[in-house]
Write a protein that binds this ligand. Structure first.
Ligand code: FAD
Ligand code: NAP
Length: 350
């Protein structure tokens, strides 16, 4: 994200990105659907799907085919996390597909089956009684006999004051969105998972040098990704280290480097760079329901084993919101399917 350009860093609740298609950076009209309706109105649906990642769109396909006429609210990041990546190589049936293209296809598929897809953001959700009530940013109120939560996950940050200060001025959580701004420059990436390795490799398309900083001495990224990383001539890895401060200038605000601390020796070292990418994972977007549903593993919505049923009958959860283990597009899509089938079964008995 570079401020004063369209902001593309993975959004947080309440971020200023409402009305923009994150990643693709296309303006969208909040509260709009192709079927058209009046702002401030209350709409009832049998199934309200919150979220437009692989879980949400798959749930919409299945719920539509069950004639439940679902409404899907897309949120601030239409298409979800895959819109901030490039190549996806593990979606079955596509050995290479661009994440944003895949998500456009999923949206089209959901609409073709009859789902109503709405550009809006659910600001609050009341699950205390049925029908459940969702208030949207646009002023719309949705009431629903069943709710499928598919709000996924959002980028995690290190939590440093200097990181916050330079967000949008050289600090980013999305290489796909912001890599272009570092043509001919040096960047540092923090993290050791698939996202960090993918971001580092992607940034070599622009930067002259990419330094990956990881807090341990081995990566958790897939082996095939590690191999690509280790043999890339532009990439250096610094092990056992954490970023303790982002260094930069005041006027104009800009990053000039990061200060590292070696966790084994305590030695400090400054690494010069123009951009710093934080790629340390994602946290579940469970804010809407955290006081209402049972959670586990630090904020993931808990579901009954082998199902998508949450602690409230009629409320189902799918995808990264509930899955602290697999967190893949295909597993999220699978859970979206399960959620729609679970919702159909629930509604047939109520
Ligand atoms: P998400 O994709 O996170 O979507 C969540 C949706 O919820 C968004 O549309 C958001 O707008 C919406 N939302 C949130 N809050 C609200 C609200 N209050 N109101 C309305 N809507 C809301 N997985 C793979 O299998 N292969 C890959 O190659 C791969 N690459 C990745 C690369 C990157 C950089 C990242 C970050 C992840 C990658 N993943 C990959 C993981 C994959 O993207 C996720 O597992 C998957 O997108 C999760 O899908 P989801 O539907 O659960 O949620
Ligand atoms: P992740 O797998 O949770 O990895 C996060 C990384 O950041 C870990 O290496 C972790 O270190 C490090 N980290 C966490 N907190 C930190 C902190 N405060 N300071 C420094 N480092 C910190 O997250 P991810 O890489 O975003 O991947 C999330 C999910 O999406 C995974 O399931 C992944 O497989 C999937 N994904 C898949 C693909 C693909 O298939 N191509 C691409 C991207 C993501 P430790 O290792 O020490 O814990």
């Amino acid at each position: 994200m570079l401020r004063n350009n369209i902001s593309t860093t993975a959004p947080k609740t309440g971020d200023v990105q409402r009305g923009f298609r994150v990643g693709a950076a296309l303006p969208i009209s909040v509260g709009s659907s192709e079927k058209g309706f009046t702002m401030g109105e209350t709409r009832h649906t049998r199934v309200l799907i919150i979220g437009s990642g692989p879980a949400g769109y798959t749930a919409a396909v299945y719920a539509s085919r069950a004639m439940l006429e679902p409404i899907l609210v897309q949120g601030l990041q239409p298409g979800g996390q895959l819109t901030i990546t490039t190549e996806v190589e593990n979606w079955p049936g596509d050995s290479h597909v661009q994440g944003p293209d895949l998500m456009v296809r999923m949206e089209e598929h959901a609409k073709a089956m009859g789902a109503e897809v709405i550009s809006d953001y659910i600001a609050s959700l009341d699950l205390s009684a049925r029908p459940f009530v969702a208030q949207a940013d646009s002023g719309m109120t949705y009431t629903a006999d069943a709710v499928i939560l598919a709000t996924g996950a959002q980028a995690k940050w290190l939590g440093l004051p200097s990181e916050e200060k330079f967000k949008g001025f050289g600090v980013s959580a999305c290489a796909t969105c912001d890599g272009f701004f570092y043509r001919g420059k040096q960047v540092v990436v923090a993290g050791g998972g698939n996202t960090a390795v993918e971001e580092a490799l992607f940034l070599t398309n622009f930067a002259t040098k990419v330094t990956l900083v990881h807090r341990r001495d081995s990566l958790r990224a897939e082996k095939i990704m590690q191999e690509r990383l280790f043999k890339h001539p532009k990439i250096e890895v610094i092990w056992d280290s954490e970023v303790v401060e982002v260094l930069g200038t005041e006027g104009p605000l800009g990053v000039t480097g990061v200060r590292l601390r070696n966790l084994k020796t305590e030695a400090a070292v400054d690494v010069p760079c123009d951009g710093f990418f934080v790629a340390i994972g994602h946290a579940p977007a469970s804010e809407l329901v955290k006081e209402q549903l049972e959670m586990h593993n630090g904020g993931y919505v808990k579901v009954e084993a082998g199902s998508t049923r949450t602690s409230i009958p009629g409320v189902f959860a799918a995808g990264d919101l509930t899955d602290h283990v697999y967190r893949q597009a295909v597993t999220s899509a699978g859970m979206g399917c399960m959620a729609a089938l679970d919702a159909e079964k629930f509604l047939s008995g109520h």
